[in-house]
Design a protein around this ligand. Structure first.
Ligand code: ADP
Length: 450
């Protein structure tokens, strides 16, 4: 087993990783930017090292500096959390070159999954259902336009190197294809330095359902069931839950086993998530995330697996502790992402937290890094943490979440707690199974009513 870990992240995920690492007996090493001198992850870890100025590009994203600290501090491994360096294949390679274990998949897997065309081609080969479309090499406008026609409108043009919705265009009419393609390519070139695109069928009103997988690099791969993350605003997840409403054991086993099999075929190692659009009983692969996800706690609560522990154990070269038959679903879990933002305009709301009281009681978990007196910096994403509610049934989890949100006190800044309360009072959300458009439609409706 490894003896020490450098956590190359900040905020709630740095604290989350530190908790499990400590329990496993690892020495924990934090890094921090100037803006995070007083951060909770710095206090929680056994030691902490400054890595530069506040902007992430000058601190948390500087792989060379992180590795230098790891070597000086004698860190045996680096856990990247999510975001920042977590899906950076060059960083994973640099770790290996420096003799530090990267807690994540092999660089080749990160690289393959980082490009949407390669990921789709690999998944298709491995028997995972993908969104129908063209993801080959050819890029001539007339050829792609022809393909769009064959696929049938509406279609979606996507940057193969894309992320965060950039370089993505929906096209409804054949006559509009070329202009949209130009726009997508321009944006893709500017954002990723790679103008290549793919074209796929636009799925009308899908849900976002994702499968958590785990592989150990010794030929064992399992799935840890699905999560439903359909409540999104501008492609950002707001509320997630597990298991997904209406997914039958048969459907779950079928798609889960396909994903696990794909992991074996591509030589995957570590935690990963296959993201799908789901409509009328069909799954369509859109992308794979090769890291721990923000919403991993809902899976932990229904399966009893500590995902970070498995990540560290597998990185140390150990075998998975679980077989597929050990993975059960007990109860239901739901997670609300608490952001420092105006619940109506969604403008970020950094500043000093003057009063804080977290919720508690049976079935409530809070993964957060905030405290009374904490100054929420303006430099990073606005997430303050997550409240996760667990219950024997979905209904009980939702009830507990409502009470938890009403107990929670965060003063001095604005938060999106009122938005969560509104959503958990929405009959469609309570019933379950809403599409990825539900939240934005509800917000548009709210704007009309105000
Ligand atoms: P990015 O990596 O840029 O975030 P994704 O491929 O993950 O791009 O897609 C982002 C979001 O766009 C998805 O979560 C979904 O809401 C929507 N989307 C993606 N592909 C399709 C599709 N084929 N049809 C309809 N909506 C889609």
């Amino acid at each position: 087993m490894l003896g020490s870990v450098l956590i190359a992240n900040r905020g709630e995920i740095a604290c989350r990783v530190a908790r499990t690492a400590k329990r496993l007996g690892l020495r924990t090493i934090a890094v921090y930017s100037e803006a995070d001198r007083g951060a909770l992850h710095v206090r929680m870890c056994d030691e902490a090292h400054a890595i530069g100025p506040a902007p992430a590009a000058e601190s948390y994203l500087v792989g060379a500096r992180v590795i230098e600290v790891a070597r000086k501090a004698g860190a045996e491994c680096i856990h990247p959390g999510y975001g920042f360096l977590s899906e950076n294949a060059e960083f994973a390679e640099a770790c290996a070159a420096a003799g530090v274990v990267f807690v994540g998949p092999p660089p080749a897997a990160i690289r393959a999954m980082g490009l949407k065309d390669r990921a789709k081609a690999l998944m298709e080969k491995a028997g995972v259902p993908v969104v129908p479309g063209y993801h080959g090499e050819r890029q001539e406008p007339s050829f792609l336009r022809e393909k769009a026609y064959e696929i049938g409108y509406p279609v979606l043009i996507k940057a193969v190197a894309g992320g965060g919705g950039k370089g993505m265009r929906r096209v409804d009419k054949h006559a509009e294809f070329e202009a949209a393609l130009e726009g997508a390519q321009r944006e893709a070139k500017a954002s990723f330095g790679d103008a290549r695109v793919l074209v796929e069928k636009y799925v009308g009103a899908p849900r976002h359902i994702e499968i958590q997988v785990f592989a150990d690099g010794h030929g064992n791969a399992i799935h840890l069931n699905e999560r439903d993350c359909s409540l999104q605003r501008r492609h950002q997840k707001v509320i997630e839950e597990a298991p997904a409403p209406e997914i039958t054991p048969r459907l779950r086993a079928r798609i889960g086993e396909r994903c696990a099999e794909a992991c074996r075929k591509i030589g995957y190692r570590g935690a990963g998530t296959f993201e799908f659009l789901y409509e009328e009983g069909e799954f369509y692969f859109i992308e794979m995330n090769t890291r721990v996800q923000v919403e991993h706690p809902v899976t932990e609560l229904i399966t009893g697996v500590d995902i970070v522990e498995e990540q560290i154990r597998v990185a140390a070269g150990e075998r998975l502790k679980y077989r597929q038959k050990d993975i059960e679903i007990r109860g239901h879990a739901i997670e609300c992402r608490i952001n420092a933002e105006d619940p109506f305009s969604f403008a970020p709301s950094p500043g000093r937290i003057t009063a804080y009281h977290p919720p508690g009681g049976p079935g409530i978990r809070v993964d957060s890094h905030i405290y009374q007196g904490y100054l929420v910096p303006p430099y990073y994403d606005s997430m303050l943490g997550k409240v996760i509610a667990y219950g024997d049934t979905r209904d009980q989890a939702i009830r507990r979440m409502r009470i938890a949100l009403s107990e929670m006190v965060v003063e001095g800044i604005k938060t999106n707690i009122p938005l969560h309360q509104e959503l958990l009072a929405d009959n469609r959300v309570i019933r379950g199974g809403v599409s990825i458009h539900h939240l934005e439609r509800a917000l548009a409706q709210r704007a009309l009513e105000r």
